[in-house]
Design a binder for this molecule. Sequence first.
Ligand SMILES: [Zn+2]
Length: 498
Amino acid sequence: MTKAVRRILVTVSVINALLPAVAWATGKKRPVVPVAPIDISRVTDNAAIGCIDADVAHKLIKDYGLEMGRFSGSTELCDSKRPGKKMLNAILMLDQGKFGPTARAGLDRQMITTDYATYFRQRIGRVVFDNQCGGTSWVLACVINSNPVMHVEKPYFDDDMALALQMTVLVHEARHTEGFPHYRCYTGGNAGKNGACDLSYEAGGAYAVEVEYETRVALNGLNFNPVFKTMARLFAIDRLNNNFVTAPTTKKPALFLVDQADSHVVVLDREGHANELSDVVLGKGRLIGRDSGANLMFEDPTREPMYLDYYARKLFPQTAVAPVVGLTMRNYATSWSAAKKQNLVDILNDAAGNGIQIRLFKNQLEAAKGLDNAPVVDLPATETPVALLSTLPCLTPEGASVGFYVRMASGAIYQIDTSNVPRRAGMSRVACTWPQDLASITRFSGKVVVLDGEGHLSVLEENGTRSPFPGAPGLAARRFTHAVAAELVPELVSDLVL
Ligand SMILES: [Zn+2]
């Protein structure tokens, strides 16, 4: 008999997220008496859960069919580095999550109408820790041949795996027990991979149900920590970007700026350029655009980068969301040495829509695609890199060029050849040099937007002239240190009018 195993994929462009997989099921119901309410509102990650009461743990183990004998650290109630405790933590969060009233709107299609804990218990009878999912290193979990058994694999318990993902994978796998397979991806970070995409959101498969769950946590969760909600939201965005054959959302461009006077981050929307989110004073640094917003990487390499969450209108220290956004940050992978992290100059994602990520260091760069090895290119010894660019600041007869470029302190600009990634990458100097009066260049809402050396925003026209940026009142008088464009997912940005 052929085993139908659907599993989880790591996506690279944004969030370090793996996806789950397969199965099917029987609809047995196991009525349970809820455990006494536990305050999960302070929980941001596994470490924050602390000890679980023994009686609570035993009830969860019984109610959710956890075969704890198969989990390392199965009797551990306090040490969240042990797999058995991590499994308990994820189940605890599933069990204790509370939600406000939901209605069919945005990404909430009411695909699951019971609470998620009940849904999971109805679909999954046993949870076991083994290696039955096909032997691929990135598999988190799977269901085989529609049996109501969730197989959990070693990567599910990696230290940099987020609790919010470990929790939502449970619902993803439960959905597979109803017979929803995955398909080959054609776009996004998983393009070309078999079994990493649902056909559409409307099809209501495992990714769609997972996103609906993550959306409810982010927008309707009553007792989740804001950081946890942010992480759930990031995972939803990652899935939307990378795990559907037909993209379910329309992205809205946003422009992120750092105010020169007080280091507030400012976010402008596409049309009126009127929205500003500047609750938190930061510090000098470089913005890194992501397909889920932006990060600020401080000039001071000892400071943890910050993730800007326009949904929560707050900034979270990178340490709080590292498991989710770690892929593109200074604290990237745990395998990076401290020296390598401190040598990171800039990161640029997907400039040409090809899912490639460029990581610029002081003396070399890496061109990464997916989980494959990233080819390394040495920089010329005579050059000092300043930043990565997705747009060439010098106009050609066709206008400004899009791609991956490195700007050097000398003014030289090099183009990165990513056409052979992941096998190899190259770099060559272009004739264009960096205009000395320019601080930033980025594309926003169909325009090439530049920030001059004094911090004024303007639009670079096709004829090479600069025209005033069509900004909100007072914008023209402000000065900024850095500008970067990113995209918002409006279905997940409830308090921004786009
Ligand atoms: Zn799956």
